[in-house]
Design a protein around this ligand. Structure first.
Ligand code: ADP
Ligand code: MG
Length: 694
């Protein structure tokens, strides 16, 4: 396999454009993309034809406007290129109009009330900043999705808005530092993706996996991950074949898949790409999740992207590595080599510190979901408390700046901003770093709270917006300063003083941290229902509307969708449990009981010996079976009562406080019964089968 020939071979990328577009069209397109301008229709027509010819040469027959509705997965509606010419034959055609704008029935996508019932239309608009690609003989054109009234119905539109905002504000800062050459600032993201692989046949035998993506029942296997023998261990042949195929598929689509390795839990793996601009990284992560599932299927497996597929076993997360870079290739979160660069670095660092402290709530809610609630705060994932890990060295420097004291580095010099060079601080890879929800890792921040199935769009919209907000505040002050350097010093010092409570370099898994965080006044929002309505806090509405990231209507509609997602998820899980208990678990227990009862009778009556073990197991199972029956009835009643609750917030709390505990009680009894059943009486494949079956 020639990787460099394969890579991006199904992408209408810059190289292809340069080759296939007339020079003036190529430059017109580049200019429009760079300036965020709309495209002239004649240019669009030329691009469309070139795209179509290229796609057809690669075997494509259809095209689709590929978009990211609020479902969290991608959507496509395929149209073929064919166009009749009147003599019974067709030609392959694709116009600029079809490239730029599409119309789609929006009624099947969640809109949170934004799409009035009489207006079911939604529109898709080409996003030329993300390359078109071919998947399954279809030319996929990345698009934004919006309503007839112009409201964003997707995850791409606000992301692009937030990137634009950050660009504007970061440029103001760079100009203040005398930089006149940078034309554009972008945010960069590398999303590390965790997942589980299980055997397809076993998967299909479990309704919980089929309907909800996670196991709702299941006793722990005798061997879990305690030996730590899976992490970075040798990859099993079946999985290695899968990974090879996965890389090939991703490379064709221009996804920079870089590392593949085993994760902490058995059957758990990770794929990490090389970072790119946030828009591309988001599209590529969506593609990666889709390809993971498709390729697994081809290899007789199922890829689980759920945040917590197995109780008692590590869940899956997604690490959002985030930084800011210029179009001249400078990483603005890289400590520099000159005093000047360092001052600039410290200012950008301060913008992150202040943003994370002031908007803990938004960051927390950006990763909130029913699935992620099972993961956060247990000893495998960061706690639900937001804090920043900076490492000891950098923290000491900030402390010295704060107190105006001497920083004891090798030169033993006073740390004066804009005068001294920061000492080189080594990248901190300690375990404490791994327990932090938001860690500085040398030249980028790693936001580690994301669940594995989440679109990374939401958290990045929040990151870009809250940090741009600080850059704007800083620029406002600095642009009006009489003495830039002294104002800069004051600003950095003040920011550190006021926001250093958010910095925590200790062990985030430690109980002591929960108490300490409370003392510091940091938020500890444990569940999704508690997090969601922070969205509509006055300060947050003001932030979003001021920067035109979301309109007020868009915020309220998104909140409604989040409540719906939470409630639907828990509801489907509860109904699946009821179904499994009644149809699979209770009948299995009864069958085994029948077998035991027969044995008891035979031993007692016909042979005349004491049936001790049979009787003991029978009695325990009998009691558990009654519990399971009662608890299922109770869960059913509890679910039925939810129907009378119309307020979405109230309903989400009802699911959290009444239904989830009822589900947990039922599970406990069923899992105990599972440990007593003979292997041939088990209702479905066990944890052991699933985790060690690939
Ligand atoms: P590790 O975290 O294992 O030390 P790396 O630091 O190399 O590994 O990278 C982890 C992830 O962070 C990768 O996906 C990488 O592409 C991404 N990354 C590296 N630099 C940046 C950056 N400047 N901006 C965004 N993501 C980055
Ligand atoms: Mg990581």
């Amino acid at each position: 396999m020639n990787v460099s020939e394969l890579f991006g071979s199904y992408v209408f990328n810059d190289a292809v454009m340069r080759e296939r577009l007339p020079e003036e069209t190529y430059f017109a397109l580049k200019k429009a993309v760079k300036g965020g301008k709309s495209l002239d229709i004649t240019v669009a027509n030329t691009v469309a034809t070139a795209m179509k010819d290229w796609a057809v040469s690669k075997g494509a027959t259809h095209y689709t406007h590929w978009f990211q509705p609020m479902t969290g997965i991608t959507a496509e509606k395929h149209d073929s290129f064919i166009s009749p010419v009147g003599d019974g034959t067709v030609i392959m055609e694709f116009s600029g109009k079809e490239l730029i704008k599409g119309e789609s029935d929006a009624s099947s996508f969640p809109s949170g009330g934004l799409r009035a019932t009489f207006e079911a239309r939604g529109y898709t608009a080409w996003d030329p900043t993300s390359y078109a690609f071919i998947k399954d003989n279809t030319l996929c054109i990345p698009t934004a999705f919006y309503s007839y009234g112009g409201h964003a119905l997707d995850k791409k539109t606000p992301l692009l808005r937030s990137m634009e905002l950050l660009n504007t504000q970061a440029l103001r800062i760079l100009r203040l530092f005398g930089n006149t050459t940078v034309e554009r600032v972008i945010t960069t993201v590398g999303a590390e993706q965790e997942y589980f692989l299980v055997d397809k046949e076993l998967f299909n035998k479990r309704k919980d996996l089929v309907f909800t993506g996670r196991t709702l029942f299941g006793a722990r296997p005798p061997k879990g991950q305690e030996m730590n023998d899976h992490y970075f261990g040798a990859i099993r042949p079946r999985v290695a074949e899968f990974m090879k195929d996965l890389d090939t598929e991703l490379w064709k689509l221009g996804v920079l898949a870089k590392t593949e390795h085993n994760e902490a839990a058995p059957a758990q793996h990770e794929i990490a790409p090389i970072f790119s601009d946030t828009n591309t990284a988001t599209d590529h992560n969506q593609i990666t999740m889709e390809i993971l599932k498709n390729v697994a299927e081809r290899h007789g497996m199922k890829c689980l992207l759920h945040e917590k597929p197995f109780a008692g076993v590590n869940g899956s997360g997604k690490h959002n590595n985030w930084s800011i870079a210029t179009d001249t290739g400078i990483n603005l979160l890289e400590p520099g080599k000159s005093p000047h660069e360092n001052a600039q670095f410290l200012l950008f660092l301060c913008s992150v510190i202040k943003a994370v402290d002031e908007y803990q709530d938004l960051l927390r809610l950006s990763i909130a979901s029913a699935g992620n609630d099972h993961r956060l705060g247990s000893n495998e994932a960061p706690p639900a408390i937001i804090s920043i890990f900076l490492g000891d060295e950098l923290t000491k420097i900030l402390d010295a700046i704060d107190s105006g004291s001497r920083y004891n580095n090798k030169e033993n010099a006073d740390m004066e901003i804009g005068v001294h060079v920061l000492p080189h601080f080594p990248k901190d890879t300690t375990d404490r770093n791994r327990t932090s929800p938001f860690a500085f890792t040398g030249n980028k921040f790693e936001f580690r709270m994301l669940g594995s199935s989440l679109s990374i769009s939401g958290p990045n919209i929040i990151l870009n917006t809250i940090i741009a907000e600080q850059l704007e505040q800083f620029a406002d002050v600095l642009e009006n300063a009489d003495d830039f350097t002294s104002e800069l010093n004051t600003l950095i010092r003040k920011t550190i003083r006021e926001h250093k409570r958010i910095i925590f370099n200790g062990n985030g898994y430690d109980d002591a941290w929960v108490k300490e965080a409370e003392k510091r006044g940091l938020l500890n929002i444990k569940t999704t229902p508690e997090a969601l309505d922070r969205y509509i806090d006055d300060k947050n509405i003001e932030l979003f509307t001021k920067h035109r990231i979301f309109t007020k209507e868009e915020i309220f509609s998104r909140l409604e969708i989040l409540y719906d997602n939470y409630c639907h998820t828990v509801s489907i899980e509860a109904l699946t449990m009821i179904d499994m208990a009644k149809k699979d678990i209770i009948p299995s227990i009864l069958k085994y009981e029948e077998h035991l009862a027969t044995l008891v009778e035979i031993k007692q009556e016909k042979i005349g010996i004491l049936p001790e073990p049979e009787k003991a197991v029978l009695l325990t199972l009998s009691k558990l079976c009654k519990d399971i029956y009662d608890e299922t009835e109770y869960l059913e009643k509890t679910v039925a009562s939810a129907r009378s609750i119309t307020d979405k917030k109230e309903l989400s709390f009802y699911y959290k406080d009444s239904i989830i505990p009822a589900m947990e009680t039922l599970r406990k009894s069923a899992d105990e019964a599972e440990t007593l059943l003979g292997t041939e009486y088990l209702p479905y494949p066990t944890y052991e089968d699933l985790l060690f079956g690939v």
